[in-house]
Write a protein that binds this ligand. Sequence first.
Ligand code: 3PG
Length: 209
Amino acid sequence: MSTDAAPLLSTARILPVLTVPSVGMALPLAEALAAGGARCAEVTFRTWDAEQVVTAMSGHGGLVVGAGTVVTAEQAERAVAAGARFVVSPGFDADVVAVCRRHGVPVVPGVATATELMKALRAGSHTVKLFPAEPLGGIRMIQALAAPFPQARFVPTGSVGPVQMPAYLAHPSVVAVGGSWMATPGHMQRGDWAEIRRLTAEAVERSAK
Ligand code: 3PG
């Protein structure tokens, strides 16, 4: 089975990155994202019940739910067991990639340098998360890395918002843009599902241009 995430992410174009304060928010969150037109979402492993959130959100409104902030092989095993359809990491870890590969789950390792990108490519991961995209130079970093590595596909994430998004998506090496701006923990804690839906719909609409 392919462990490349490009087919999934290039259809979605937008990857909401979610740090969900409690599993009780999973269903209204999934509904708001799906109503806004999101096709997939990344649930970060930064909360104690992230696995339950992955399981609860999965398939809701047709959402393809993955796990993010997966930094160890053990977390990758737990993410897969929880039903994560893809796994994202802020950095490159060969063991995380190996676990996902063994389970046939697409994996998106993070890279911040040409050397890390070479490691990811050598491990068979052609789709990578450029993280943190904006501090690294934004679209200029994508342009710089895409020249020597035309086979790489990028998911720029990190301080990316609606203003930066169009320039990234216009680059042929960018499959999708990730970010938390559509659904922050603050939105979730306030129960502001309408705003999550609105911001998601706005991003989805702009990504189609
Ligand atoms: C991530 O883990 O992908 C980032 O924390 C998301 O970055 P953002 O919050 O700056 O969008």
